[in-house]
Design a protein around this ligand. Sequence first.
Ligand code: GLN
Length: 442
Amino acid sequence: MTMNDILSKLKATNDRYSMFHAMTEDSDPGESKFLFSAKDNLTSCDMETCSGSRILIGYRPAFDATSIAKMRAAGGKLIGKCNMDEFGFGTFSSNSGLEIPRNPYDLERACGGSSGGSACAAAVFEDHVSLGVSTGGSICCPASFCGVYGIAPTYGRVSRYGLIDYGNSLDKIGVISARAGDLRRYVHVIAGKDEKDPTSCVQPELKDEGRKLKSVAIPKEGVEGLSKDVEKTFNDSVEALKGIGVDVEHVEMPSLKYAMPAYYVLATSEASTNLARYVGMRYGQQKGDLSLKFDDYFSSFRSEYFGDEAKRRILLGTYTRMAGFRDRYYAKALKVRQIVIKDYKRVLADHDAVLAPTMPFTAPRFDDISKMSALDAYKADYLTIPANIAGTPHMSVPCGYDGDGMPIGMQFVADHWNEEVLFDIAERWEKGFDMKKPEVGA
Ligand code: GLN
């Protein structure tokens, strides 16, 4: 599809897949060099930004997020803001307070989350690239469920200025695309220290021709609890990797199983403070009964506009930070985080990447998701969370399809600042991989 084709079919395609919450009205690409979309928690001055939440309906930011500004400066045209779980809270994008994106391989199934709309758009509009955000796996999970490539760079590589925070110590902006080469191309565009974000780092420069990926370690803990199809496809992919000269070793990383509980303590602790600013007095919705006392006004407004999962996370995160419990939960989770980092450093001293399937199963049906408890959904993240709490760069690569034709992904985790080995293996893998694109309708 040319840029003109994509722009002229934007609305009709969105009616089918619901990947965008807001879209450009402009069907002329003009001088643009490429098209891009962005998760709706990145502020954009020309489109409403809601972060998947009803509480932000009507919010038109006065400025662009740095990552969006850099894409525009490189010649990109922003075509849409992608649907997502409310504030990033979820694994299937079904916790959205707005529209829920549908999987391009089967409309009755989820796209993954929380950057579900971004992965959906990447799979449907091949000649475009999407910016996603990962806190605990929200780039790799949807990339895997939608059969595309997705990378979350090292924490601090990309400025978070203009990102509506979920967990400030965890959030990473990255790239999702149907084309492996886009990961290298657009991480180069958005990377760099930004004076406006003190957590963006002075960093080793990304090179055009970086290090090659020569060896991977597969942790025992990363291949437990998989569906039969994921297990078989992953094993076949490992053989294919050996065939292109990658050394494979099996290792143990005992800390990985503690990452998931630690993450949900850290992420909810940070989220509960970040959500405190939404009280119905600024940003988006400002409806409410002003005759109420201020705390009654805040409570009634927040009860009305936050979704169930946001409320659950406020409760959990407020509890884990409470005086008296802080050491037992929050401080302990920080210690677990250090142990996970050490475990990666130990294994990555001898290997270029840690490898495992991205998700233990393929994209579930919406009716099955509605039967899952919150805990079932949290547990589904056990493969993507460790790299996220370690702040290490990680990438999902499509590696096969299950019996129903649903995509399966594998995840490579490299050491801090070593994105280049990930770009290298994605590009080499793409050459030999038989990608089955979804049949796209509008
Ligand atoms: N599923 C995880 C969560 O709900 C990760 C989501 C994310 O990375 N934003 O927290």
